[in-house]
Design a protein around this ligand. Structure first.
Ligand code: PGA
Length: 255
């Protein structure tokens, strides 16, 4: 089963609207030759989206947001709906990022609501899961991953999986410079695919892309992306420099 690699930047709360067009254009230029082989995405702060969509027009770079709400509209101060995200010209959204879980009260249940709303709106959703260092050290890795998937993907059907990407991000590797080894990552990616097979069937599970995230850089991307169940990356820090992001995309194109 060949799955097209997907490399997505997660800009987090970095990059101002006035800086956005330059970064998108630099990424598009540096990665133009890989656009047919690799799905390239930049997920930006919501306020940067108009500038990002405008700059990405006519390029192979897709634009997404870093979160979405599950209600279509209403009194939810500070939130953005999937309808708004689509209307703004985005095709992607991240749900369940560990920083949302850690700082903004995101739970497996709300991740499920956001993920289902995104799929229903026709967005490709990158649903993040991953264990903390305490959980890993306590031998709870499998328990945590399976729970995050069982709850996060409740009522997600095999047909819905055409719009689903799972991002495995060990919390201890995010922004720390500490990357999971390729073998450590592959072990969890295989567990994720096996869990997915139980939820939606083996055939569908083989089609779903699983990204690795956590200090992925040009220097370590190739060995991670060479693993059989690692189908892409969700990139924080290295997505803020076009040359670094392009280096990871080049590794994906050659994987
Ligand atoms: P990092 O972030 O690449 O800076 O570790 C990854 C992420 O949080 O998605």
């Amino acid at each position: 089963m060949s799955r097209k690699k997907i490399i997505a930047g997660n800009w987090k709360m970095n990059v101002k609207p006035s800086e956005t067009a330059a970064l998108i254009k630099a990424v598009a230029e540096a990665t133009a030759e890989y656009g047919d082989k690799v799905e390239i995405v930049c997920c930006t702060p919501a306020i940067d989206v108009p500038a990002a969509v405008d700059a990405a027009a006519g390029t192979k770079v897709g634009v997404g947001t870093e979160n979405c709400h599950w209600k279509e509209s209403g009194a939810y101060t500070g939130e953005i709906s999937t309808g708004m995200i689509v209307d703004a010209g985005c095709h992607y959204v991240i749900t369940g990022h560990s920083e949302r879980r850690q700082y903004f009260g995101e739970t497996d249940e709300t991740v499920n609501l956001r993920t289902r709303a995104a799929i229903a709106a026709g967005l490709t959703v990158m649903m993040c899961i991953g264990e903390t260092l305490e959980e890993r050290d306590a031998g709870k890795l499998e328990e945590v991953i399976v729970r995050q998937m069982n709850v996060g993907l409740k009522d997600v059907t095999a047909a819905d999986c055409a719009k689903l990407v799972i991002a495995y991000e060990p919390v201890w590797a995010i922004g720390t410079g500490r990357t999971a080894t390729p073998d450590q990552a592959q072990e969890v990616h295989a567990l994720i695919r096996a869990t997915l097979a139980k939820l939606v069937g083996e055939e569908t599970a083989q089609t779903v892309r699983i990204q690795y995230g956590g200090s992925m850089k040009p220097g370590n991307a190739a060995e991670l992306l060479a693993k059989p169940d690692i189908d892409g990356g969700l990139i924080g820090g290295a997505a803020l420099k076009a040359a670094d992001f392009a280096g990871i995309i080049a590794a994906a194109a050659n994987a």
